[in-house]
Design a protein around this ligand. Structure first.
Ligand code: NAP
Ligand code: HSE
Length: 428
């Protein structure tokens, strides 16, 4: 019998229990694929006597994840607790110091401490693998690190938070307002313990920052992402965007330009009939563009027990097979500190504003756009109240600077009450 690969699993929640189910139900399959059994030596969670619907009787229990991470009978420490700091980071550091390989689903920890942990792992001769941290069951880390390793990556983009995609698509299909659908997502258990991580775009930005590091050979720069969540998206925006042939998505885009690394996570309009536009419910989609391979589109479940555990197991099996790759696809010491660049590339924009219903009001708006160098592609005015009328404008390609100039100009016209909504239209 060949030597088993022995795991210590810290965290027995959604993902941890899913991993144990795969190990227990697919033992023969896993051994067949790697040539060695994958076993669990010990587990850890906060509460020992919780019924988790799985049989843990064959495993030792450790109250302290650090003690688990450093056990002699653990070859790979599997961190599935979550949290950027605290016990997750302490246990991963302890595992590396003890010479253990690490598999984690923890994007928050890697987005903040990824560089330091990758350097520590390499110095200790260990690997850190994190397929499950980015879009759950979609093997995008592997695709970038391995499948596209011979390409210069041109752009990485996608919908990387299922909760936001659920809220946006459900608002459109039901016509319900943001607050109602947010409560529904909460009841379905979709929201993170801190929902701001989802709807504020932070969770998706964590994922984008990890993909950008692999794609562009740069240190993880989560704090340099231009970030905007979906909290300000109204049912009116969703309806009107649909009228104009678009869908609103929380879209992440990372690309290396002559000025530096652009990374943004923000609501964007995409054509309704594009692959991203057709993405429904809590699904994720990542689009990778390589100079040789062209565009690759990956779609699947970005979260949940089965999909995320599947990604954890792919990392575990790589280690069992003896496949070892640097955390971000090249030695951590070779990752360059990126020069952050603001996204200045021109794009069409969608504008929605309330306009005073009086003679010359629309002409004033058109004048401001003209003076800002912005050309109108399409425009619609909707049924109005006694005093104001909602107006939608799709512009031709323009820069963010020109748009900001126009937004300031609208405020000075005296006919645009409130703040107009401006959303970039992304080409896919
Ligand atoms: P979860 O259901 O909340 O489970 C967390 C587990 O960690 C629980 O078993 C908890 O113990 C344990 N834990 C928390 N603090 C601990 C501590 N101080 N010491 C020991 N154990 C501790 O979380 P999850 O959804 O499985 O997520 C786990 C990780 O996967 C996170 O990094 C998350 O971001 C990532 N992830 C999750 C998904 C998903 O779909 N859920 C998708 C992609 C990535 P108790 O059970 O005793 O409370
Ligand atoms: N909260 C995340 C999402 C799942 O909604 O996509 C974990 O990454």
């Amino acid at each position: 019998m060949s030597t088993p690969l022995r795991l210590g699993i810290a965290g027995l929640g959604t993902v941890g229990t899913g991993v144990i189910k795969i190990i227990q139900t697919h033992a023969a399959l896993l051994t067949g694929r790697t040539g060695r059994p994958v076993t669990v030596s010990a587990v850890s969670a906060r509460t020992r006597d919780k019924d988790r619907g799985i049989d843990l009787s064959g495993y030792d229990w450790e109250d302290d994840p650090v003690a688990l991470a450093t056990r002699d009978d653990v070859d790979v420490f599997v961190e599935l607790m979550g949290g950027s700091d605290g016990p997750a980071k302490a246990a991963v550091e302890a595992a590396i110091a003890a010479g253990k390989d690490v598999v984690t689903a923890n994007k928050a920890m890697l987005a903040i401490h990824g560089q330091a942990l990758a350097e520590a792992a390499e110095a200790a001769g260990c690997v850190i693998r994190f397929e499950a941290a980015v879009t759950g069951g979609i093997p995008v880390v592997k695709a970038l690190t391995e499948g596209l390793a011979g390409n210069q990556t041109l752009r990485v983009m996608g919908v990387m938070n299922g909760t936001c995609n659920y809220i946006l698509t459900r608002m459109e299909s039901t016509g319900l307002p943001y607050e109602t659908v947010f409560d529904e997502a909460d009841r379905l258990g979709y929201l993170e313990a801190d929902p701001t991580l989802d709807v504020g775009g932070i969770d998706a930005a964590h994922k984008l920052s990890l993909l950008a590091a692999i794609a562009f050979g740069t240190r993880v720069a989560f704090d340099k992402i231009e970030l905007e969540g979906i909290e300000r998206i109204s049912i009116d925006d969703i309806r009107h965007a649909a009228d104009m042939g678009f869908r609103i998505k929380l879209l992440g885009v990372a690309q290396m330009t002559g000025r530096g690394l652009e990374q943004r996570m923000s609501p964007c309009l995409v054509p309704a009939d594009s692959p991203l536009g057709r993405l429904e419910n809590a699904m994720n989609m990542v689009v990778l563009e390589g100079d040789s391979a062209g565009q690759i589109v990956l779609q699947g479940a970005g979260a949940g027990e089965g999909p995320t555990a599947s990604a954890v197991m792919s990392d575990v099996l790589d280690i069992a097979r003896g496949f070892r790759v640097s955390t971000f696809g090249r030695p951590a010491s070779g990752l360059e500190r990126p020069v952050p660049a603001k996204a200045t590339a021109a794009a069409p924009y969608y504008l929605r504003m309330e306009l005073d219903d009086k003679p010359g009001a629309l002409a004033k708006v058109a004048t401001v756009l003209g003076e800002s160098g912005i050309s109108i592609d399409r425009m619609r005015q909707y049924r109005h109240s006694d005093t104001t009328a909602p107006v939608l404008i799709v512009t031709h390609r323009t820069t963010r600077d020109a748009l900001d100039h126009a937004l300031a100009g609208f405020a000075a016209t005296g006919v645009v009450p409130g703040s107009p909504v401006a959303i970039r239209i992304e080409s896919v």
